[in-house]
Design a protein around this ligand. Structure first.
Ligand code: PEP
Length: 261
């Protein structure tokens, strides 16, 4: 059984937040810093705000992530962004295989795997997203679907590198819809994913793996979700755009952490 560690909470800002808005939000999060305890916080702004965010967060423990990367390190790939460029600007994490990338931009398990490898090559920790659609859940396909996505994303990843990967279970039907998976529904999938880690990489790697839940996480459901054994934190979309919702999500998860610690 994994030991509960402090919550890991990442805010995916998607295609929102100008540079002045970035400044305002990060200043509020930094101000709340002392109240957020030992939670590990990652902010994931759009590419255009990464430089400013890196400058503001330089002396803090809040980490910076990017929303995507290309699988080549450099070259004639107009419009793309590479691992070395993200590392250079101060990113430590990068989201890979978000359902919006899969659904709108045709991302496949194969391209997710190429991006995971590229991230690791550049010393970036990939936050790898998996999750089923409503139809797949309805058809009883949730666990096979996330297992396939897991295997595809991690194909060929070594025992050493797998420790740098953060996994995010994000049911597609819960993203941006206001419909959250119940703690029980999320826990079932998280337990399955940890089991997959164990099958592929052994007990110890499975116990250390960080598995986030994402899908309409709010201050009102953060506590009950985080109390589940296999939920290590959250990937938050909409509610990460305002300090007034993001900070209480962290605080509620910390409250649950202290209770189960
Ligand atoms: C996300 O985009 O990863 C996400 C979970 O979004 P939301 O919290 O808005 O559902």
């Amino acid at each position: 059984m994994p030991e509960k560690r402090p919550p890991f909470i990442a805010g995916n800002w998607k295609m929102h937040m100008t540079v002045p808005e970035t400044r305002m939000l990060l200043e509020k999060i930094l101000e709340a810093g002392p109240e957020l305890g030992s939670a590990e916080i990652v902010v994931i702004p759009p590419f255009t705000s990464l430089g400013e965010a890196a400058r503001i967060l330089a002396a803090s423990s809040i980490a910076l992530g990017a929303q995507n990367l290309f699988w080549e390190d450099k070259g004639a790939f107009t419009g793309e962004i590479s691992g070395p460029l993200l590392r250079d600007i101060g990113c430590r994490y990068v989201v890979v295989g978000h359902s919006e990338r899969r659904q709108i931009f045709g991302e496949t398990d194969g391209t997710v795997n190429r991006r995971v490898r590229a991230a690791l090559r550049s010393d970036l920790k990939p936050i790898v997203c998996v999750g089923e659609t409503f139809e797949e859940r309805d058809g009883g396909q949730t666990l096979p679907r996330v297992r396939t996505q897991f295997e595809g994303a991690l194909e060929g990843i070594s025992h050493e590198d797998v420790r740098k990967i953060v996994l995010a279970y994000e049911p597609v039907w819960a993203i941006g819809t206001g419909r959250t998976a119940t703690p029980g529904q999320a826990e079932d999938v998280h337990a399955e994913l940890r089991q997959k880690f164990e099958e592929m990489y052994g007990k110890e790697a499975a116990a250390c793996a960080i598995i986030l839940y994402g899908g309409s996480v709010k201050p009102a459901n953060s506590f009950s979700l985080f109390r589940e054994k296999n939920i290590d934190g959250f990937l938050v979309g909409g509610a990460s755009l305002e300090a007034e919702t993001f900070i209480p999500i962290v605080k509620e998860a910390m409250k649950a952490y202290k209770e189960v610690e």
